[in-house]
Design a protein around this ligand. Structure first.
Ligand code: CAA
Length: 240
């Protein structure tokens, strides 16, 4: 029987690449999305992957939608917490809402999705949770106290939940992407982005598929002994 996966923010950018890669591996994928109905419809038509709309920052919406997906498709074996937003700005210019939106979606979303699915994975003795962190959660980034804090929180969340899942067949890992060629990175002002790319040893932005391949490995049967780890995929921009 095919494994069932939910990929949050799974119809665009890195999430789309992850949805497609997991499908390629024989997984039944449901992509969550938050905003653009038109793009989601186009995504489903093109890929055959179901797309379901809800806000991962909304706790009850996560519980309700995961329950409905489990009813329709079967028990959820794999969750990829990929949904993320930016509200960049220096602290002086950052509003409380900029802080709160990013914490609620990027970090709160991981908690909400885990609450909705981790118990079932433990009961069935198998599960994979992959959380998409960020190089900027590891190293910090000028203009991103909100995003860096949320992503850094994801790395702590991953290590704590991994300990709870370890004896139950449920692995919890993170990937820390560097700068990947997506709409989110394209929104960084060109002169700022140029300076960032100049500091990437590999000399280019990453591709979404390069993140998806890492996710596919962490979700596979082969990765059962990998838990609580963070896989950095960043072209050598941050090494430690
Ligand atoms: N370190 C130190 N100083 C810096 C700096 C840095 N990294 N970046 C900018 N500054 C300085 C500038 O030199 C400038 O100084 P002066 O006023 O003395 O000239 C000052 O800070 C203001 O810089 P900006 O003109 O850039 O300020 P701004 O207010 O117009 O914009 C900003 C601020 C919105 C944060 C902008 O710098 C920016 O967008 N930075 C990029 C943030 C970023 O990398 N976001 C990543 C988004 S993608 C993502 O998050 C995905 C992922 O996981 C990797």
């Amino acid at each position: 029987m095919a494994r069932i996966a939910i990929v949050t923010g799974g119809s665009r950018g890195i999430g789309e690449a992850i949805s497609l890669k997991l499908k390629e591996q024989g997984v039944t994928v449901v992509a969550n999305y938050a905003g653009n109905d038109e793009k989601a419809r186009e995504f489903t038509e093109r890929t055959g992957i179901a797309a379901v709309k809800w806000d991962v920052g909304d706790h009850q919406a996560c519980l309700d939608n995961c329950a409905r997906i489990a009813e329709e498709f079967g028990p959820i074996d794999i969750v990829v917490n990929n949904a993320g937003i930016t509200r960049d700005g220096t602290l002086a210019r950052m509003s409380y809402d900029d802080w709160d939106d990013v914490m609620r979606v990027n970090l709160g979303g991981c908690f909400n999705m885990a609450k909705a699915t981790f118990g079932g994975m433990v009961e069935r003795g198998w599960g994979r949770i992959v959380n998409i962190g960020s190089i900027n959660g590891q190293a910090g980034q000028y203009g991103q106290v909100n995003y860096a804090a949320a992503k850094s929180g994801i790395h702590g969340f991953t290590k704590a939940l991994a300990q709870e899942g370890a004896k139950k067949g449920v692995t919890v890992n993170a990937i820390a992407p560097g700068y990947i060629d997506t709409d989110m990175v394209a929104a960084v002002p060109a002169p700022v982005l140029e300076k960032i790319v100049a500091k990437i040893p590999v000399g280019r932005l990453g591709q979404a598929d390069e993140i998806a391949r890492g996710v596919a490995f962490l979700c596979s049967e082969d990765a059962g002994f990998v838990t609580g780890s963070t896989m950095s995929i960043n072209g050598g921009q941050h090494m430690y």
